[in-house]
Design a protein around this ligand. Structure first.
Ligand SMILES: NC(=O)c1ccc[n+]([C@@H]2O[C@H](COP(=O)([O-])OP(=O)(O)OC[C@H]3O[C@@H](n4cnc5c(N)ncnc54)[C@H](O)[C@@H]3O)[C@@H](O)[C@H]2O)c1
Ligand SMILES: [Zn+2]
Ligand SMILES: [Zn+2]
Length: 345
């Protein structure tokens, strides 16, 4: 089969590799029909995730059709259409029993990281019963690809950990796919104001279409000064969806007393935590790796049309054009790309 294979920092190739087989009774083999590329794949290609070694097939998102299952898989059979979660979970360990699937003792984020991933014609999914979700007949499968990672990430680590409530003023710093997922799912709770912050006007325009009440381009406007001028004493919730010290800093400077700072961004360096100012403000700071325990709930809202993430898809490719898809996604600002779909159906 063909797959997108990592060969060390800056090196990748769409090339022929062995087709995966069932290795454990709890495995399933999925024929991937649609997948996508995540900002995290770009981090891997830069060499920021050294646990990914030469020869690893990339990708942790996608939908497909069950090709084969091990003897212990009872929820799925060949021919079933399934959504692949970016998080693998055994369902039995201490963390899984707390629904902290991201820390599953025999799983977590392993796809396209510690084991071969979904940017391939076939993928092996361990603990299939707990790590796959059945796709209801007639669903928009492109929309469902947004459920493998970005929607649960934006919702769980941004909106739920940030404790967004009706009437809140919420600032989301970073209007990439993850910030957009927080923007879409924050609306479950009817916040009064949803302020999106980014450096890219095209992404901010898109945010307005997805329900932002206002946008700030932080290269043109001082975010903290603007928030100070337009709120009583800051925002109730600040969601950090970039992963750099400057944006964490913006978030810690705009929180009102009793507010929440939900950090979603993956940081590669330390940040300057202003604990001497924050402690007396009763501010809550949260962090986290997505658990995907809310995926079944999000799936219901996408299949009903209540949540419409398909608008995030800006470009479509076939598997033969995989290298081109990386080129476009890797130049997102220039190409006006948000999420790309790569199909093989
Ligand atoms: N916690 C988790 O489980 C989890 C899961 C997936 C992704 N992530 C992380 O979430 C973050 C966002 O992911 P994404 O895919 O949306 O990334 P992305 O790179 O597509 O989006 C980041 C956005 O931040 C904007 N930005 C850059 N510098 C900025 C600045 N100084 N001020 C304001 N905006 C700025 C960019 O223009 C871009 O739109 C990344 O750090 C990613 O690794 C975390
Ligand atoms: Zn991802
Ligand atoms: Zn587990």
């Amino acid at each position: 089969m063909n797959a997108m294979v990592y060969h060390g920092p800056g090196q990748k190739a769409w090339e022929s590799v062995d087709t995966p087989k069932v290795l454990h009774p709890t495995d399933a083999i999925i024929r991937v029909t649609k997948t996508t590329i995540c900002g995290t794949d770009l981090h891997i290609l830069k060499g920021d995730v050294p646990a990914v070694t030469d020869g690893r097939i990339l990708g942790h998102e996608g939908v497909g059709i069950v090709e084969a299952v091990g003897d212990a898989v009872s929820n799925f059979k060949p021919g079933d259409r399934v959504l692949i979660s970016c998080i693998t979970s055994c369902g039995k360990c201490e963390y899984c029993k707390k629904q902290m699937y991201s820390h599953c003792e025999d799983g977590g984020w392993i796809l396209g990281h510690l084991i071969n991933g979904t940017q391939a014609e076939y993928v092996r999914i361990p603990h299939a019963d707990n790590s796959l979700y059945p796709i209801p007949a007639g669903s928009d499968e492109e929309a469902l690809v947004m459920l493998s990672d970005i929607l649960p990430t934006g919702f769980e680590i941004g909106v739920l950990y940030g404790a967004v409530k009706p009437g809140d003023t919420v600032a989301i710093v970073g209007a990439g796919p993850v910030g957009m997922a927080s923007l879409l799912t924050a609306q479950f709770y009817s916040p009064a104001r949803l302020i999106m912050v980014d450096v890219d006007d095209a992404r901010l325009d898109m945010a307005m279409k997805f329900g932002a009440t206002e946008v700030i381009n932080s290269t043109k406007t001082d975010v903290a000064a603007h928030i100070k001028a337009t709120t009583k004493d800051g925002v109730d919730v600040a969601i950090e969806a970039v992963g750099i010290p400057q944006t964490f800093d913006v978030c810690q400077n705009i929180i009102r007393p009793g507010g929440h700072l939900a950090n979603v961004g993956v940081h590669g360096t330390s940040v300057d935590l202003q604990i001497q100012k924050l402690w007396i403000q009763n501010v809550t700071i949260t962090t986290g790796l997505v658990n995907t325990n809310t995926t079944p709930m999000l799936l219901k809202n996408v299949t009903s049309g209540r949540l419409q993430p398909e608008g995030l898809i800006t470009h479509r490719f076939t598997f033969n054009d995989f290298p081109k898809a990386y080129e476009v996604f890797g130049n997102a600002a220039k190409e006006k790309a948000m999420k790309v779909i790569i199909s093989n159906d």
